[in-house]
Design a protein around this ligand. Structure first.
Ligand code: AMP
Length: 241
C-alpha cells in the first residue's frame, strides 16, 4: 500500500513526497479512508504510530475539496500539551504546504496577543490546549459556530493531567452536527464514556504500539552492575535449561 492508493489529491501527495513519506503507517492506512468518508472515528494509538498524519491528511483533503467556502474556524484539534500542539501545527504546515488552508496554534504560558491576532485574521484549523482555548473563548475571541470537525487527541492524557473538565466545557460549546475523531492510547472507563457521548456510530481503529509485549512473555527485572551483566545472563540461561 502506498499513499497514492488512498485517493489523495495531488497537493497532498506532493507534500508527502517532499517529506519523504511513501508508505502509510497502519493507523494512516486504516483511518484516512474512513475519515474521508465522513465517519466518526475512535482511534486507539499512541504517539509515534503516525496518528497526527492519520487525521491531518484527510482533514486537509476534506477542507480542500469542500464545495461551499468555509466561514471561520471549521476544524478544532484539542491536545493536552504545548509540545504536542506545536507538533500538530507543524504537521499541518508540512502536509498542507500546497493547499493554502490556514491553521494556527494556541497554548498557555505565553502572551495571548500573537495568538488572538492570528485568530482575528481568520483560520480554518485551530489547534489548541484546553486551558488557553477556554480562556480565549470566554474573552470572546473564538467563534466555534461554523465548526464541522472536532479532533480530541490523547484523551487519556487529558484525564491524567487533570484537563478533563476543561475539555468537557469546550465540548459543551461545539455544534452538535459535526464529524468527531477521538484518539486515546488507553481506554479507562471515564474515557470510554466520554467517547460514547461524543461519537456517533464510530469506526474503531486500533494499532498496538511497537514496544508492547505479548501477554505470553513473562518479564522480570534484575538490578546488577554493568560488569556483572554477562555473568547474570549466563546464569539465567543455564537456569532455564
Ligand atoms: P506521530 O505518531 O504522529 O507523532 O508521528 C510519529 C513520527 O512519524 C513523526 O515524526 C512523523 O513525522 C513520522 N511519520 C508519520 N507518518 C509517516 C509515514 N507515513 N512515513 C514515514 N514517517 C512518518
Amino acid at each position: 500500500m502506498a499513499f497514492k492508493d488512498l485517493e489523495l489529491i495531488a497537493p497532498i501527495l506532493v507534500a508527502l513526497n517532499e517529506q519523504g513519506y511513501t508508505t502509510p503507517t497502519p493507523i494512516q492506512a486504516q483511518s484516512i479512508p474512513l475519515i474521508l468518508e465522513g465517519r466518526d472515528l475512535l482511534g486507539c494509538a499512541q504517539t509515534g504510530t503516525g496518528k497526527t498524519a492519520a487525521f491531518a491528511i484527510p482533514i486537509l483533503q476534506l477542507l480542500y475539496t469542500k464545495k461551499t467556502p468555509t466561514r471561520g474556524i471549521s476544524t478544532l484539534i484539542l491536545t493536552p500539551t504545548r509540545e504536542l500542539a506545536i507538533q500538530i501545527d507543524e504537521s499541518f504546515a508540512a502536509y498542507g504546504k500546497h493547499t493554502k488552508i490556514s491553521h494556527t496554534v494556541i497554548f498557555g504560558g505565553v502572551s495571548q496577543l500573537h495568538q488572538t491576532n492570528s485568530i482575528r485574521r481568520g483560520v480554518d484549523i485551530l489547534i489548541a490546549t484546553p486551558g488557553r482555548l477556554l480562556d480565549l473563548m470566554q474573552q470572546g475571541f473564538i467563534d466555534l459556530r461554523h465548526l464541522d470537525m472536532f479532533v480530541l487527541d490523547e484523551a487519556d492524557r487529558m484525564l491524567d493531567m487533570g484537563f478533563i473538565n476543561d475539555v468537557k466545557k469546550v465540548i459543551a460549546k461545539l455544534p452538535a452536527k459535526r464529524q468527531t475523531l477521538f484518539f486515546s492510547a488507553t481506554m479507562p472507563p471515564e474515557i470510554q464514556s466520554l467517547a460514547n457521548q461524543l461519537l456517533t456510530n464510530p469506526s474503531k481503529v486500533e494499532v498496538t504500539p511497537v514496544s508492547s509485549t505479548v501477554d505470553a512473555i513473562e518479564q522480570s527485572l534484575y538490578f546488577v552492575n554493568k560488569g556483572d551483566k554477562p555473568d547474570l545472563l549466563l546464569y539465567l540461561l543455564k537456569d532455564a535449561e
